[in-house]
Ligand binder design. Structure first.
Ligand SMILES: C[C@H]1CC[C@H](NC(=O)Cn2ccnc2)CC1
Length: 331
């Protein structure tokens, strides 16, 4: 089996997140979900939510699906790194992404979502593509869509081709050679933390010398920005006129008309360059001439994160073999 589906920016002005259309149940209910390699719960806005917590999202109504079955006495509760959270109960149902169907996929139905999810009207839920060890369902944890689909896939892989301010693609079960240039460089993944954790070989700021240094981090499609050690941030923002680390805005900001260098990171001997346009992320508030950087410090996180700002500069292969690996290519 294989599948291919669009990754659509939820906001036309800044790449806050990407959603992908999926079909759930019989007859199919179409929702737009945020595919998140940084978590492992598949949860949806549902008919169990209070109306006050829904603001334009499409809900999944298990009662309207002839193939939905309640997973009795199972619940879930998740909190993300940005403080957002949700919790609820669990059904199994047919789940289809871009033509690839998994029967009896655990679909976690929200009974409660935090305000940041309510405010994001274009996200109807998440599809966790991290390792199933992170799934929060109790008393029996559930498998991700990828783990359920893997045995039926032509190849045990999915790929992310995210794009700057435009529609990209998630492919399942195959690698589309048309989506990248040159070769794919694969590096090992440490699955113990439950994320797609790998080691970058170093970085360069703009046209500067490459600094060979191991950077352990996660490839996280569910996080908008890139979070790296403070020493790298200092090296980058010292090249940006008027840049400063702002307590008010919680990170590095700079005048929107400042000239920004690109940022290159290493994958083994290979190099991926993030164009400066991706790093001038967004005005701090609508219409402001102060912009928030796409590279921020990971010092408060305890983990480095290669979020969408980095991922959209590459074609990324999440290879779920034994052992799993991650591949990066230019495009
Ligand atoms: C400071 C950073 C803020 C952003 C954090 N990322 C997430 O919370 C990803 N996510 C998934 C669902 N909702 C959000 C990572 C830490």
């Amino acid at each position: 089996d294989t599948g291919s589906a669009a990754a659509i920016p939820v906001n036309p002005n800044y790449d806050i997140a990407y959603v992908t259309p999926v079909s759930i149940g019989t007859p199919p209910q179409t929702l737009h979900l945020d595919f998140d390699t940084g978590s492992s719960d598949l949860w949806v806005f549902s008919s169990h939510l209070p109306a006050s917590q829904i603001r334009g999202q499409t809900i999944y109504v298990p009662a309207n699906s002839s193939t939905a079955k309640l997973l009795a006495d199972h619940t879930w509760s998740i909190t993300y790194g940005d403080g957002s959270a949700s919790r609820g109960n669990v059904y199994v149902d047919n789940f289809t992404v871009g033509g690839l169907t998994v029967e009896n996929q655990a679909v976690q139905c929200a009974l409660q979502v935090s305000t940041s999810f309510t405010r994001e009207s274009n996200i109807d839920g998440l599809v966790g593509l991290g390792f199933s060890t992170l799934n929060t369902v109790v008393p029996k944890s559930q498998l991700t869509f990828f783990d359920n689909a893997k045995p039926h896939m032509d190849e045990p892989v999915f790929t992310a081709d995210l794009k700057w301010k435009s529609e990209g693609t998630y492919d399942f079960g195959f690698i589309d050679e048309k989506k990248y240039t040159g070769k794919i460089t694969y590096v090992p993944v440490n699955t113990s933390p439950g994320y797609w954790t790998f080691t970058s070989s170093g970085y360069a700021v703009g046209s500067g010398n490459f600094s060979a240094t191991s950077i352990v981090g996660i490839a996280d499609t569910g996080t908008s920005l890139v979070y790296l050690p403070p020493s790298i941030l200092t090296a980058y923002y010292r090249q940006v006129e008027g840049a400063t680390s702002s307590r008010t805005y919680g990170g590095y900001v700079f005048p929107c008309n400042s000239k920004l260098p690109s940022f290159t990171f290493g994958i083994g001997e290979a190099r991926i360059t993030i164009p400066s346009s991706y790093i001038s992320y967004a005005p701090v508030t609508a219409g402001s001439s102060t912009c928030f950087g796409g590279l921020q410090s990971s010092s408060s996180l305890g983990i480095n994160i290669w979020g969408d700002v980095a991922l959209k500069a590459a074609f990324v292969v999440f290879h779920g073999g034994n052992p799993p690996t991650i591949g990066w290519a230019k495009k």
